[in-house]
Ligand binder design. Structure first.
Ligand SMILES: Cc1ncc(C[n+]2csc(CCO)c2C)c(N)n1
Length: 215
């Protein structure tokens, strides 16, 4: 079976929990309190800055010209989005922004995967970031009631054609790499994918709770 198909089946329960989150429901209805969205965007800017570095780190370890080009493109797009978020939603004071416990957990996990795991495992760790956002973007678009939604730009970004193409490419590259792996390596890739998917759930949940450091 194709690695990505088999692996998505593993996270289907996590995905169902994601679309059941109040953050996603209220985003879809356009009733998410502004301060919760802002908390999310601020943490996302911090997340994207690290994620962009991890993507270019993966590119640096790849050998096929086509794969390198794809991952450098993903990295560049991530940094462009991060910069745009800063310009649209954030101001000077965000220089003092500090990552929430969940944001730090997720970005450190990605960096650790890149630094200590085999390349296919690091690639599997970054894939939920693409794929889950695509599914969530499509889900919201399909279940939205027409009308004004202050978060429409965000929704359109992740349900658009351009993003769909990037996600397709990321999945295809992971499948191609998985084909060259042993069963054990493929299982480790799946484990990494599941772990990152759980952190995607946590990221939205932590934004809804405006998570603080306990001490
Ligand atoms: C926590 C978190 N996870 C995933 C994304 C989505 N995303 C971020 S970068 C990128 C790749 C190309 O731009 C994608 C799909 C996000 N914004 N925040």
């Amino acid at each position: 079976m194709i690695w990505s198909k088999e692996t998505w089946q593993q996270i289907e329960p996590v995905y169902q929990e994601i679309i059941a989150l109040p953050f996603i429901h209220e985003l879809k209805e356009g009733i998410l309190p502004k301060e919760k969205f802002l908390f999310y965007i601020q943490q996302d800017a911090l997340y994207l800055a690290e994620f962009g570095k991890v993507l270019s780190g993966i590119a640096g370890k790849l050998s096929s010209f086509e794969h390198i080009q794809a991952f450098l493109g993903f990295s560049k797009d991530t940094i462009i989005v991060e910069k745009a978020l800063h310009e649209t939603f954030l101001n000077e004071s965000t220089l003092e922004l500090k990552p929430s416990p969940t944001c730090l957990l997720y970005t450190n996990f990605m960096h650790a995967q890149l630094a200590t795991q085999a390349l296919p495992v690091a690639m599997a760790s970054v894939l939920p970031c693409f794929w889950i956002y695509k599914e969530v973007g499509d889900y919201i678009t399909e279940h939205q009631i027409p009308g004004d939604n202050p978060y429409q730009d965000w929704i359109d970004t992740y349900s658009g054609e351009e993003f769909a193409e990037a996600v397709k490419k990321a999945i295809a590259i992971c499948d191609e790499i998985a084909e060259t792996c042993t069963e054990t390596q493929r299982a480790t890739m799946t484990e990494a994918f599941v772990m990152a998917s759980r952190m995607e759930w946590m990221f939205w949940d932590s934004a809804y709770r405006q998570e603080k450091w306990p001490v």
